[in-house]
Design a protein. Sequence first.
Length: 275
Amino acid sequence: MLTKWRQMPLMSICRNLKVLQTLLRVLLEKAVEKEYEMALQDRVMEETKEKKNSVEAYVYDMRNKLYEKYSDYVTSEDKETLTAKLQEVEDWLYEDGEDETKGVYVAKLEELKKVGGPIEARYREWEERGPAIEQLAYCIRSFREAALSSDPKFEHIDISEKQKVVNECSGAETWLHEKKQQQDALPKHADPALLVSDIKKKAEALDRFCKSIVTKPKPAPKPQTPPPAETSPPQTPEQQPDGATEASEPASEGGAWEQPAAEQMDTDEPDPSSA
C-alpha cells in the first residue's frame, strides 16, 4: 500500500525552522551557562583548599619557629599564648573547620597573623638592620672623603659646596648614632626604634643630595686666542746683508739696470756694413 505524503505549505516550514532555531539557541546558552557555573565552582573549591592548606602550613611553621629562630623575639608570655592559639586552630581544622568556606579560612589566617606578624617583623628587622647600617655608613664615608679630597678632579667644586656635603654627612652620622644607641638599649623582643626602612630613606636622601655636588662636571675650558704675530722693523741699509746691498745698487750712473750680454745681442740693430 502506498503512503500518501501531504505537502506542507512553505510558510509553515519556515515557521517550524524558526522555532527550532530558537530552541537550539536557548539550549546552547543554558549549556554554556552550566559549564561556566561548574568551572566557577571548581575554581572556588580549589581556592578554598589552598586557603585551608595555608592555615595549616602557618600553624606548623610558626610553632616550630617560636622555639627556634623566633625565640628571642617574643616574650615567654606571648609565646605561650600564641602556642595555645596555634593548637586551638589545628584542632579546629580537623573538626569543625574540616569543610568551611574560603572566607572562613582567610579570616582564620588573618587572626593568626595579627599575633605572629609582629614577631616575624622584629626578626626581619634584626636580620636586615646590620647591612642597612653598613650601607649608610659607607655613603657617609665616601661623600665626606670626596668633599675633603685634594684630588684634581674635585678642584673645580666650590669650597662652600664641599662644606654642604660635609655638613650633610655629619647630620646623617649623628642621626644614625643616636638611633643606634636607642636600638641597642632595647631587647630583641621589643618593637624596634631604628627601622630598616628609615635607614634606607636616610641613605637615599644623602646620596641624592651629595652626588649632585661631587659629580658636578668640570666647566669647559675657555678657547685660547693665539698671540699676535710679531712684525720685524724695517732694516736699514747697514743692517742688510752685503749681497743684498750690492744687488740693489744700479749698474750705471743713469740708474738703468745693465742687461745681460745675450739680451744685448738680441736687441742690437744690424750692422749696415754687413749688408
